[in-house]
Design a binder for this molecule. Structure first.
Ligand SMILES: Cc1cc2nc3c(=O)[nH]c(=O)nc-3n(C[C@H](O)[C@H](O)[C@H](O)COP(=O)(O)OP(=O)(O)OC[C@H]3O[C@@H](n4cnc5c(N)ncnc54)[C@H](O)[C@@H]3O)c2cc1C
Length: 375
């Protein structure tokens, strides 16, 4: 993974060599979310004797059993009155000893349990797309450039394809989304290959509306032809983007959000329902997977001891194992976001110094990589 600061000369190169491994040893894995979903659903299908999978369904309501007892099926009324009842849009109702809220940043389960969440929106939104690169780069490398408008990340996919996650000040997002695929590709190459001033000039002029996008992109094309080779050094040359896959561009708002607590009686929040983080360090899903691992361990132990695993006291082990590690990662990534969102020269100088110093310390880089991998 090659990370560099678009304002200063700071660079960090993470590789298997930091772990005294040959260069072509994988140090991390990038999976498309869709593949994870498919694998999870396949596993659930194989457990159909124990798990009922209900898909294409929305949870429309969550209540306590005692609130819905009149409309409830007689068999299930034997359960405790504090058990949550989930109502599906089909009208079906499910009563549960433990309701796990894995329902994302706007979690209905969190709202039902009246757990507050604190945080703030970031001034940047993320533009995502699938890109076709000019060449299949080996060894497989992820690239990330820090710019004051936000980070540009190229995450490799099979062949010469890659995923784009481009954080951008939100005022520019509709303008960039309105560009044709070819114009957008040109601006993206400028963000990756040219000095920040070129991108800044493009964005501010496009926003002012005084010059057409066509005119501005042909100017950028000229600059890319004449300047790019001088700006990027041969050993630090990000791949050129050939094209953007049709209709693959989308945008997402970014926010930091942390639930005040992860558990309540018969409730456990996991993943983005509990915490939402800026994706610049690619940690959102990793934190959620660590939550799952921890909750499974706590529930397994409670089941082994014959305890009521929906009980608040049983769930405490999960909450205490995950709350502070997640809080620390949320805080660290938030500070990184703020540190890199400034073009202020003294800050950029210190940043550059920090980058280059970390780059010269393989042991420290290996430690950072292990933290990012949740090890
Ligand atoms: C642009 C971008 C790039 C990212 N890049 C990375 C990365 O590189 N690495 C990484 O680790 N993380 C990354 N993340 C973060 C990662 O995507 C999230 O942390 C992760 O998807 C959270 O998973 P989750 O299952 O907790 O929540 P979600 O993915 O939000 O899933 C919640 C699910 O609950 C369902 N749901 C909600 N309400 C209801 C209801 N009433 N009834 C039925 N279903 C409901 C939703 O439909 C959804 O399927 C990125 C995020 C963004 C926005």
């Amino acid at each position: 993974m090659r990370v560099w600061d678009g304002i200063s000369n700071g660079r960090i190169h993470f590789s298997a060599q930091d772990f005294q491994q040959p260069m072509d040893t994988p140090m991390a894995w990038i999976l498309e979310n869709l593949n994870l979903h498919r694998a999870a659903v396949k596993s659930l299908d194989q457990m159909s004797d124990k798990v009922e999978l209900i898909d294409r369904t929305k949870v429309v309501n969550i209540n306590e059993s005692r609130e819905v007892v009149n409309s409830f099926n007689a068999d299930d009324q034997s359960a405790c009155p504090d058990w949550p009842v989930v109502q599906l849009d089909s009208g079906r109702m499910l009563q549960t000893r433990l309701l796990v809220g894995a329902d994302g940043a706007n979690s209905p389960v969190r709202k039902y349990s009246q757990i507050d969440a604190t945080g703030w929106p970031y001034p940047q939104h993320g533009i995502v797309a699938i890109m076709e690169l000019a060449e299949d780069t080996r060894p497989v490398t992820a690239w990330q450039k820090f710019l004051p408008t936000g980070t540009v990340a190229i995450l490799p996919m099979p062949g010469n394809y890659a995923a784009l996650v481009w954080s951008m000040e939100k005022e520019y997002v509709p303008l960039l989304k309105a560009l044709s695929d070819d114009d957008f590709t040109c601006v993206l190459n400028a963000a990756l290959q040219l000095p920040f001033e070129d991108l800044h000039y493009f964005l501010s002029t496009l926003k002012a509306g005084s010059v057409t996008a066509d005119h501005l992109t042909s100017d950028l094309t000229n600059r890319l032809t004449t300047n790019a080779a001088n700006v990027t050094s041969p050993d630090y040359k990000p791949p050129v983007v050939n094209a953007i896959e049709k209709q693959s561009r989308a945008s997402f708002p970014f926010k930091l959000q942390h639930a005040d607590r992860y558990i309540d009686q018969r409730i456990a929040l996991i993943g983005d329902a509990a915490h939402t983080i800026h994706p610049l360090a690619g940690q959102g899903l990793n934190l959620g997977l660590a939550d799952v691992e921890s909750l499974v361990a706590v529930l397994t132990e409670a089941a082994r001891l014959g305890q009521d695993f929906g009980d608040y006291n049983c769930l405490l082990g999960y909450s205490s194992a995950r709350y502070f590690p997640n809080l620390a990662m949320l805080g660290a990534v938030d500070k990184l976001q703020k540190l890199f969102s400034t073009g202020n020269e003294p800050v950029a100088f210190v940043r550059s110094f920090g980058f280059n110093m970390v780059n010269s310390m393989p042991g420290f880089k290996a430690w950072l990589t292990k933290i990012a991998m949740g090890q």
